[in-house]
Design a protein around this ligand. Structure first.
Ligand code: KG4
Ligand code: ZN
Length: 339
Protein backbone atom coordinates (compact mmCIF):
# COMPACT_ATOMS: atom_id res chain seq x y z
CA UNK A 1 0.00 0.00 0.00
CA UNK A 2 1.21 3.52 -0.74
CA UNK A 3 1.99 6.03 2.01
CA UNK A 4 -0.96 8.00 3.37
CA UNK A 5 -1.11 11.74 2.74
CA UNK A 6 -2.02 13.35 6.04
CA UNK A 7 -3.15 16.95 6.51
CA UNK A 8 -2.43 18.06 10.08
CA UNK A 9 -3.67 21.02 12.10
CA UNK A 10 -2.18 22.58 15.26
CA UNK A 11 -3.99 25.36 17.13
CA UNK A 12 -3.39 24.70 20.83
CA UNK A 13 -2.02 28.11 21.79
CA UNK A 14 -1.22 31.18 19.68
CA UNK A 15 0.20 29.63 16.49
CA UNK A 16 -2.09 28.48 13.67
CA UNK A 17 -0.28 25.76 11.76
CA UNK A 18 -1.04 23.26 8.99
CA UNK A 19 1.24 20.65 7.46
CA UNK A 20 1.11 17.88 4.87
CA UNK A 21 3.06 14.63 5.25
CA UNK A 22 3.32 11.70 2.83
CA UNK A 23 4.09 8.85 5.17
CA UNK A 24 6.86 10.23 7.40
CA UNK A 25 8.04 12.64 4.69
CA UNK A 26 7.23 16.31 5.28
CA UNK A 27 5.78 18.03 2.21
CA UNK A 28 4.86 21.38 3.81
CA UNK A 29 4.64 23.06 7.22
CA UNK A 30 3.02 26.50 7.40
CA UNK A 31 2.63 28.51 10.63
CA UNK A 32 0.96 31.87 11.18
CA UNK A 33 2.15 33.55 14.38
CA UNK A 34 -0.19 35.88 16.21
CA UNK A 35 1.22 39.31 16.95
CA UNK A 36 -1.96 40.57 18.68
CA UNK A 37 -0.70 39.35 22.08
CA UNK A 38 2.51 41.42 22.18
CA UNK A 39 0.79 44.42 23.72
CA UNK A 40 -0.58 42.31 26.62
CA UNK A 41 2.59 40.58 27.81
CA UNK A 42 1.09 37.12 27.29
CA UNK A 43 -1.42 35.16 25.25
CA UNK A 44 -5.01 36.45 25.55
CA UNK A 45 -7.19 33.35 24.99
CA UNK A 46 -10.14 35.17 23.41
CA UNK A 47 -7.88 37.00 20.93
CA UNK A 48 -6.01 33.78 20.15
CA UNK A 49 -9.24 32.00 19.29
CA UNK A 50 -10.37 34.81 17.00
CA UNK A 51 -7.00 34.97 15.23
CA UNK A 52 -7.11 31.19 14.67
CA UNK A 53 -10.49 31.62 12.95
CA UNK A 54 -8.98 34.22 10.62
CA UNK A 55 -5.80 32.24 9.92
CA UNK A 56 -6.92 28.65 9.61
CA UNK A 57 -8.25 28.59 6.03
CA UNK A 58 -5.37 30.56 4.42
CA UNK A 59 -2.82 28.51 6.39
CA UNK A 60 -4.35 25.18 5.27
CA UNK A 61 -4.59 26.37 1.66
CA UNK A 62 -0.95 27.44 1.72
CA UNK A 63 0.11 24.06 3.18
CA UNK A 64 -1.78 22.17 0.45
CA UNK A 65 -0.34 24.43 -2.25
CA UNK A 66 3.25 24.11 -1.04
CA UNK A 67 2.87 20.34 -0.73
CA UNK A 68 1.92 20.35 -4.40
CA UNK A 69 -1.07 18.07 -3.85
CA UNK A 70 -4.81 18.35 -4.44
CA UNK A 71 -7.42 18.28 -1.65
CA UNK A 72 -8.70 14.98 -3.13
CA UNK A 73 -5.28 13.37 -2.50
CA UNK A 74 -5.59 13.73 1.29
CA UNK A 75 -6.01 10.35 3.02
CA UNK A 76 -6.68 11.52 6.60
CA UNK A 77 -6.76 14.61 8.83
CA UNK A 78 -4.88 14.83 12.13
CA UNK A 79 -5.48 17.61 14.68
CA UNK A 80 -4.32 18.62 18.16
CA UNK A 81 -6.97 17.51 20.65
CA UNK A 82 -5.12 18.94 23.67
CA UNK A 83 -3.62 20.06 25.98
CA UNK A 84 -4.01 23.77 25.31
CA UNK A 85 -6.40 26.70 25.40
CA UNK A 86 -9.92 25.37 24.83
CA UNK A 87 -11.01 28.25 22.59
CA UNK A 88 -7.92 27.81 20.43
CA UNK A 89 -8.24 24.01 20.27
CA UNK A 90 -11.90 24.31 19.24
CA UNK A 91 -11.00 26.17 16.04
CA UNK A 92 -8.52 23.51 14.86
CA UNK A 93 -10.77 20.65 15.97
CA UNK A 94 -13.86 22.08 14.25
CA UNK A 95 -11.94 22.66 11.05
CA UNK A 96 -10.41 19.17 11.05
CA UNK A 97 -13.74 17.51 11.83
CA UNK A 98 -15.59 19.37 9.08
CA UNK A 99 -12.84 18.69 6.55
CA UNK A 100 -12.75 14.97 7.34
CA UNK A 101 -16.52 14.64 7.43
CA UNK A 102 -17.03 16.48 4.13
CA UNK A 103 -14.48 14.30 2.36
CA UNK A 104 -15.46 11.11 4.28
CA UNK A 105 -11.86 10.43 5.31
CA UNK A 106 -10.49 9.30 8.71
CA UNK A 107 -9.96 11.80 11.53
CA UNK A 108 -7.01 11.37 13.94
CA UNK A 109 -6.73 13.09 17.33
CA UNK A 110 -3.22 13.90 18.53
CA UNK A 111 -1.84 14.75 21.96
CA UNK A 112 0.21 17.94 21.57
CA UNK A 113 2.95 16.73 23.95
CA UNK A 114 3.33 13.45 22.07
CA UNK A 115 3.60 15.54 18.90
CA UNK A 116 6.54 17.51 20.31
CA UNK A 117 8.34 14.25 21.12
CA UNK A 118 7.52 12.40 17.88
CA UNK A 119 8.76 15.37 15.79
CA UNK A 120 12.12 13.58 15.97
CA UNK A 121 10.76 11.03 13.45
CA UNK A 122 9.84 13.48 10.67
CA UNK A 123 11.74 12.75 7.44
CA UNK A 124 12.95 15.88 5.71
CA UNK A 125 15.95 17.43 3.97
CA UNK A 126 17.82 17.60 7.31
CA UNK A 127 18.26 13.79 7.28
CA UNK A 128 19.02 13.71 11.01
CA UNK A 129 19.58 10.37 12.78
CA UNK A 130 16.45 9.11 14.58
CA UNK A 131 16.35 7.83 18.15
CA UNK A 132 15.50 4.16 18.69
CA UNK A 133 13.29 2.89 21.51
CA UNK A 134 13.44 3.33 24.41
CA UNK A 135 14.77 6.87 24.65
CA UNK A 136 14.29 9.75 27.06
CA UNK A 137 12.85 13.10 26.06
CA UNK A 138 13.09 16.33 28.02
CA UNK A 139 10.00 18.21 26.85
CA UNK A 140 10.33 21.89 27.67
CA UNK A 141 7.69 24.35 26.51
CA UNK A 142 5.66 27.29 27.71
CA UNK A 143 3.24 25.03 29.55
CA UNK A 144 5.22 21.85 30.30
CA UNK A 145 8.53 20.63 31.63
CA UNK A 146 8.79 16.88 31.85
CA UNK A 147 11.17 13.98 31.39
CA UNK A 148 9.40 11.27 29.43
CA UNK A 149 10.51 7.69 28.81
CA UNK A 150 9.41 6.82 25.29
CA UNK A 151 9.04 3.05 24.79
CA UNK A 152 7.35 3.23 21.37
CA UNK A 153 5.39 5.81 19.35
CA UNK A 154 2.41 4.80 21.50
CA UNK A 155 3.91 4.39 24.98
CA UNK A 156 5.00 7.36 27.05
CA UNK A 157 5.86 7.37 30.73
CA UNK A 158 6.47 10.56 32.71
CA UNK A 159 9.57 10.12 34.89
CA UNK A 160 9.61 13.62 36.35
CA UNK A 161 8.01 17.01 35.83
CA UNK A 162 7.72 20.52 37.15
CA UNK A 163 5.78 21.02 40.34
CA UNK A 164 5.03 24.67 39.48
CA UNK A 165 6.14 26.81 36.50
CA UNK A 166 7.36 25.36 33.20
CA UNK A 167 10.84 26.23 31.92
CA UNK A 168 9.42 28.39 29.11
CA UNK A 169 7.17 30.10 31.63
CA UNK A 170 10.25 30.86 33.74
CA UNK A 171 12.00 32.39 30.72
CA UNK A 172 8.91 34.44 29.86
CA UNK A 173 8.04 35.59 33.41
CA UNK A 174 11.60 36.59 34.27
CA UNK A 175 11.88 38.37 30.90
CA UNK A 176 8.74 40.29 31.80
CA UNK A 177 10.31 41.34 35.13
CA UNK A 178 13.29 42.79 33.27
CA UNK A 179 11.01 44.55 30.79
CA UNK A 180 11.28 42.36 27.70
CA UNK A 181 8.17 41.83 25.52
CA UNK A 182 6.33 38.47 25.32
CA UNK A 183 7.51 35.83 24.59
CA UNK A 184 10.77 36.68 26.34
CA UNK A 185 12.52 33.30 25.94
CA UNK A 186 13.99 33.93 22.47
CA UNK A 187 15.03 37.49 23.47
CA UNK A 188 16.72 36.34 26.65
CA UNK A 189 18.60 33.79 24.54
CA UNK A 190 19.68 36.58 22.17
CA UNK A 191 20.87 39.02 24.89
CA UNK A 192 22.57 36.20 26.83
CA UNK A 193 25.01 35.70 23.96
CA UNK A 194 26.77 38.96 24.92
CA UNK A 195 26.75 38.31 28.68
CA UNK A 196 28.65 36.44 31.38
CA UNK A 197 26.65 33.37 32.55
CA UNK A 198 28.52 33.41 35.90
CA UNK A 199 27.95 37.14 36.60
CA UNK A 200 25.13 36.47 39.07
CA UNK A 201 24.36 33.23 40.91
CA UNK A 202 20.83 32.04 41.67
CA UNK A 203 19.95 29.11 43.89
CA UNK A 204 18.70 25.80 42.51
CA UNK A 205 15.38 24.40 43.83
CA UNK A 206 15.07 21.47 46.21
CA UNK A 207 12.57 19.01 44.72
CA UNK A 208 12.07 15.27 44.11
CA UNK A 209 14.86 13.45 42.26
CA UNK A 210 13.55 13.91 38.70
CA UNK A 211 11.24 16.87 39.26
CA UNK A 212 11.66 20.55 38.49
CA UNK A 213 10.59 23.83 40.07
CA UNK A 214 11.03 27.31 38.63
CA UNK A 215 8.78 29.59 40.65
CA UNK A 216 11.46 30.05 43.34
CA UNK A 217 13.95 31.20 40.72
CA UNK A 218 11.45 33.77 39.44
CA UNK A 219 10.99 35.19 42.96
CA UNK A 220 14.75 34.99 43.60
CA UNK A 221 15.49 37.05 40.49
CA UNK A 222 12.75 39.55 41.38
CA UNK A 223 14.10 40.15 44.92
CA UNK A 224 17.69 40.33 43.65
CA UNK A 225 16.76 42.97 41.08
CA UNK A 226 14.67 44.99 43.55
CA UNK A 227 17.66 45.12 45.89
CA UNK A 228 20.09 46.14 43.14
CA UNK A 229 17.72 48.73 41.64
CA UNK A 230 17.61 50.50 45.05
CA UNK A 231 21.38 51.01 44.73
CA UNK A 232 21.36 51.74 40.99
CA UNK A 233 18.06 52.58 39.26
CA UNK A 234 19.65 51.65 35.91
CA UNK A 235 20.87 48.24 37.14
CA UNK A 236 18.82 46.23 34.61
CA UNK A 237 19.77 48.45 31.68
CA UNK A 238 23.46 48.47 32.69
CA UNK A 239 23.62 44.67 33.15
CA UNK A 240 21.01 43.32 30.72
CA UNK A 241 23.30 40.84 28.95
CA UNK A 242 24.80 39.52 32.21
CA UNK A 243 21.35 39.15 33.82
CA UNK A 244 20.03 37.26 30.77
CA UNK A 245 23.12 35.04 30.57
CA UNK A 246 23.00 34.23 34.29
CA UNK A 247 19.26 33.46 34.35
CA UNK A 248 19.51 31.32 31.21
CA UNK A 249 22.56 29.52 32.62
CA UNK A 250 20.65 28.74 35.83
CA UNK A 251 17.56 27.42 34.00
CA UNK A 252 19.64 25.24 31.64
CA UNK A 253 21.80 23.94 34.52
CA UNK A 254 18.69 22.94 36.50
CA UNK A 255 17.25 21.17 33.44
CA UNK A 256 20.41 19.26 32.54
CA UNK A 257 21.39 18.31 36.09
CA UNK A 258 18.03 16.59 36.55
CA UNK A 259 18.07 15.12 33.05
CA UNK A 260 21.48 13.55 33.70
CA UNK A 261 20.19 12.04 36.95
CA UNK A 262 17.22 10.49 35.10
CA UNK A 263 19.50 9.10 32.39
CA UNK A 264 21.76 7.53 34.98
CA UNK A 265 18.85 6.07 36.92
CA UNK A 266 17.11 4.53 33.89
CA UNK A 267 20.35 3.47 32.18
CA UNK A 268 19.04 5.01 28.94
CA UNK A 269 21.78 6.65 26.87
CA UNK A 270 19.63 8.23 24.15
CA UNK A 271 18.59 11.72 25.20
CA UNK A 272 16.24 13.91 23.16
CA UNK A 273 14.85 17.38 23.77
CA UNK A 274 11.59 18.82 22.44
CA UNK A 275 9.27 21.80 22.80
CA UNK A 276 9.74 25.56 22.44
CA UNK A 277 12.62 25.83 24.92
CA UNK A 278 14.60 23.22 22.93
CA UNK A 279 15.25 26.17 20.57
CA UNK A 280 17.44 27.66 23.33
CA UNK A 281 21.03 27.90 22.13
CA UNK A 282 22.65 27.17 25.51
CA UNK A 283 20.45 24.11 26.10
CA UNK A 284 21.28 22.80 22.61
CA UNK A 285 25.00 23.42 23.04
CA UNK A 286 25.30 21.91 26.50
CA UNK A 287 23.21 18.84 25.64
CA UNK A 288 25.44 18.26 22.59
CA UNK A 289 28.51 18.52 24.86
CA UNK A 290 27.11 15.65 26.93
CA UNK A 291 27.84 13.36 23.94
CA UNK A 292 31.57 13.93 24.12
CA UNK A 293 31.75 14.34 27.90
CA UNK A 294 29.50 11.47 29.02
CA UNK A 295 28.96 9.21 25.98
CA UNK A 296 25.25 9.94 25.46
CA UNK A 297 23.57 10.01 22.05
CA UNK A 298 21.62 13.24 21.84
CA UNK A 299 18.72 14.22 19.57
CA UNK A 300 18.15 17.93 19.03
CA UNK A 301 15.23 18.92 16.78
CA UNK A 302 15.68 21.35 13.88
CA UNK A 303 14.52 24.84 14.90
CA UNK A 304 11.36 24.52 12.77
CA UNK A 305 10.05 21.68 14.99
CA UNK A 306 10.88 23.24 18.38
CA UNK A 307 8.05 25.72 18.81
CA UNK A 308 4.49 24.76 18.00
CA UNK A 309 3.97 23.45 14.45
CA UNK A 310 1.64 21.09 12.60
CA UNK A 311 4.41 18.87 11.19
CA UNK A 312 4.79 17.26 14.63
CA UNK A 313 1.02 16.65 14.75
CA UNK A 314 1.25 15.05 11.30
CA UNK A 315 3.97 12.57 12.26
CA UNK A 316 2.12 11.60 15.45
CA UNK A 317 -0.99 11.23 13.28
CA UNK A 318 0.94 8.99 10.89
CA UNK A 319 1.82 6.55 13.69
CA UNK A 320 -1.85 6.41 14.74
CA UNK A 321 -2.92 5.97 11.11
CA UNK A 322 -0.74 2.86 10.90
CA UNK A 323 -2.72 1.42 13.83
CA UNK A 324 -6.05 2.56 12.34
CA UNK A 325 -6.49 4.53 15.55
CA UNK A 326 -9.17 6.90 14.25
CA UNK A 327 -11.39 9.35 16.14
CA UNK A 328 -15.17 9.72 15.74
CA UNK A 329 -16.39 12.87 13.96
CA UNK A 330 -18.14 13.80 17.23
CA UNK A 331 -14.91 14.11 19.23
CA UNK A 332 -14.29 17.22 21.41
CA UNK A 333 -10.97 18.87 22.27
CA UNK A 334 -9.68 18.77 25.86
CA UNK A 335 -7.77 21.58 27.61
CA UNK A 336 -6.01 19.11 29.91
CA UNK A 337 -4.46 15.87 28.67
CA UNK A 338 -1.46 13.95 30.00
CA UNK A 339 1.29 12.87 27.60
O1 KG4 B 1 6.25 24.62 22.52
P1 KG4 B 1 5.93 26.05 22.48
O2 KG4 B 1 6.01 26.76 21.16
O3 KG4 B 1 4.48 26.32 23.01
C1 KG4 B 1 3.95 25.60 24.08
O4 KG4 B 1 3.43 24.47 23.81
O5 KG4 B 1 4.05 26.11 25.20
O6 KG4 B 1 6.88 26.78 23.55
C2 KG4 B 1 6.87 28.18 23.74
C3 KG4 B 1 7.87 28.54 24.80
C4 KG4 B 1 7.79 30.00 25.26
O7 KG4 B 1 7.80 30.02 26.66
C5 KG4 B 1 9.06 30.62 24.68
O8 KG4 B 1 9.55 31.71 25.43
C6 KG4 B 1 10.01 29.45 24.72
O9 KG4 B 1 9.21 28.35 24.31
N1 KG4 B 1 11.15 29.63 23.81
C7 KG4 B 1 12.43 29.80 24.23
C8 KG4 B 1 13.23 29.98 23.08
N2 KG4 B 1 12.40 29.90 21.98
C9 KG4 B 1 11.14 29.68 22.45
N3 KG4 B 1 12.95 29.82 25.48
C10 KG4 B 1 14.27 30.01 25.58
N4 KG4 B 1 15.10 30.20 24.52
C11 KG4 B 1 14.63 30.18 23.26
N5 KG4 B 1 15.45 30.36 22.22
ZN1 ZN C 1 3.98 23.18 22.39
Amino acid sequence: TSSPIILSIESSCDDTSAAVLKGRQLLSNITANQSVHKAYGGVVPELASRAHQQNIIPVVEQAIKEANIKKEDITAVAFTRGPGLLGSLLVGASFAKSFAMARKIPLIEVNHMQGHILAHFIEDQNNLPKPSFPFLCLTVSGGHTQIVKVDSPYEFEIIGQTIDDAAGEAFDKISKIIGLPYPGGPLMDKFAKEGNPKAFAFTHPKVGAFDFSFSGLKTGVLYFLQKEIKKNPDFVKDNLADICASVQHTIVSILLKTYKKAAKNTGIKQLAIAGGVSANSELRKRLKEMETNYGYETYIPPMSYCTDNAAMIGIAGFFKFKNKDFAPYTISPMARMSV
